[in-house]
Design a protein around this ligand. Structure first.
Ligand code: FNR
Length: 479
């Protein structure tokens, strides 16, 4: 168990699951914790992407999601791992790193900066292993984080060609006040198959007082739990971080010994469906566990699956999948019926409501824009006029629709101009009490509020099409 000292995560005697790109997602981390890992890392996430995310409490999955403007969930976590999960970021910018850390700090146990990734996508932005040759930036980032974040800050490095340079760098890092440092005992040019430089990790562990986490032993040194202790002893480190060994069989953390991978995969899949894990990530993780069985008939079925349901079918776990769907559906319904509808607010001549346009809620041939257009034609009003603004940094859109001399918009931003226009149309239809075409709509919603339209007919006669910026609505195609 990771020990907690004065609210700070203590990194001594900790065996950690290393960060893994597209691997260290929630199901894998929870499984590793089940088997005995003390600390789990998320996959490295880039500061530029994370800084645009908003934090959303997902009441259905009972998770906290950090969601990008394009609606992709970049980081999903839950209460169970809050004191155990380390959020790892890729960064070369102290201010941006701090913004990201502050966004996440209440939901994680520690913040880590990856300074070991040798991949071009990381180094070309000055991140990852590129930082190893820029110690001033390392120090600036870590100083900023240590001062500005309420949780422990750590980092992960690779070794430098000279032992003295490696030790000097680690001493400088220690001065910043980080809580621990993970050392992958390979040069940035070396690949995971190359032998590990345990002597470098040992020298670092001797040179500093903070906990050192030894990393890089999965291929040759660590196959099961007793090997973790041996690797730790051999390097003189405080703890051990495992990536590939944990990926191949997360029960490596189990003191009582490894479990058959079939049993482990089943446990993994249960978490994957429970937390609606991205099916491509689910497949990737299962294929890593299948290893040489990946070409077996079952392996092939996993590889061709496109959804978590199809993956479950490959494992004969359709019933587990269905049970989870029933549970999630009932939670969704309970939440929908208990949450009060957003009320319209009029400010500066614009009536707004918090409405998100969900295409799947509408039949294929119907959109709110179409219905609004048809209605305005029937009422002999000018066609609805949409004006859209874009938040360039977050690439999100908000549209205002003018109809019958009223303006309507959603207070929520959408990921595309089309969706922003549809959301504005929904607000307009909803406020005017008009049908918006949603599936099952007949069961929902208060009757229309016609009075907002009082006088619209008369004003229509006077109205000139004077709006220069914006586009009159044309019959649109369903999105
Ligand atoms: C990694 N590694 C890695 N490291 C890191 O700090 N952040 C990351 O996001 C990733 N992503 C990642 C993905 C995959 C698929 C692999 C195999 C590895 C590197 C990893 O943490 C570790 O440093 C090396 O794999 C060596 O440790 P092991 O595998 O010998 O325990």
């Amino acid at each position: 168990m990771a020990s907690q000292t004065a609210g700070r995560l203590c990194f001594s005697n900790v065996t950690a699951l290393a960060p893994m790109v597209r691997v260290g997602t929630l199901p894998m981390r929870l499984l590793a914790l089940d088997y005995g890992a003390d600390v789990v890392y998320c996959e490295e996430l880039i500061d530029l992407k994370m800084v645009q995310c908003r934090r959303l409490v997902n009441d259905v999955l009972q998770t906290v999601d950090f969601v990008a403007p394009d609606e992709r969930v970049m980081f999903r976590t839950c209460e169970r791992e809050r004191d155990r999960v380390v959020f790892q970021m890729g960064t070369a910018d102290p201010d941006r790193a701090l913004s990201v850390a502050q966004l996440l700090q209440d939901d994680v146990a520690a913040i880590d900066v990856n300074m070991g990734c040798p991949k071009e996508y990381s180094t070309k932005g000055g991140m990852g292993a590129a930082l190893l040759s820029d110690p001033d930036t390392i120090v600036a980032i870590l100083n900023k984080l240590v001062k500005g974040v309420s949780k422990p800050v750590t980092c992960k490095i690779r070794i430098l060609p000279s032992l003295d340079d490696t030790v000097s760098l680690v001493r400088r890092i220690e001065q910043t006040g980080v809580a621990a440092i993970a050392v992958h005992g390979r040069l940035k040019e070396e690949r995971p198959r190359h032998p590990l430089h345990c002597d470098y990790i040992q020298a670092v562990a001797r040179a500093v007082d903070i906990p050192v986490i030894a990393n890089g032993g999965s291929l040759d040194l660590v196959k099961c739990f007793p090997d973790i202790q041996e690797f730790r002893a051999a390097t003189g480190a405080s703890s051990v971080m495992l990536a590939r060994a944990a990926m191949w069989n997360p029960s490596v953390f189990r003191q009582q010994g490894l479990l058959p991978v079939e049993e482990v995969m089943e446990g993994y899949l249960k978490y994957a469906i429970r937390y609606e894990n991205n099916p491509f990530n689910t497949k990737y993780c299962l294929c890593q566990m299948l290893r040489d069985k990946v070409e077996s008939p079952m392996g092939k079925q996993v590889q061709t699956a496109q959804t978590n349901a199809e993956i479950c079918a490959a494992f004969g776990m359709q019933e587990d999948f269905e049970k989870v769907q029933v549970l999630l559906r009932s939670r969704r319904e309970a939440l929908q019926s208990s949450s009060p509808p957003s009320l319209p607010v009029t400010e500066g001549g614009v009536t707004s409501m918090a409405v998100k346009f969900e295409r799947r809620q509408y039949p294929a041939q119907i959109t709110p824009k179409m219905l609004l257009l048809e209605w305005s034609r029937r009422e002999k009003l000018l066609q609805p006029l949409y004006q859209t603004v874009e938040r360039p940094q977050a690439r999100s859109f908000q549209s205002t629709v003018s109809v019958a001399e009223q303006r309507f918009r959603s207070s929520l931003w959408e990921k595309s101009k089309k969706s922003a226009e549809q959301a504005a149309a929904v607000v307009c239809l909803r406020v005017l009490g008009l049908p918006e075409g949603r599936l099952g709509e007949e069961d929902a919603g208060p009757p229309r509020k016609r009075k907002l339209l009082d006088g619209a007919e008369e004003r229509r006669e006077e109205r000139e099409d004077t709006v220069a910026n914006g586009n009159r609505d044309e019959p649109d195609t369903p999105q």
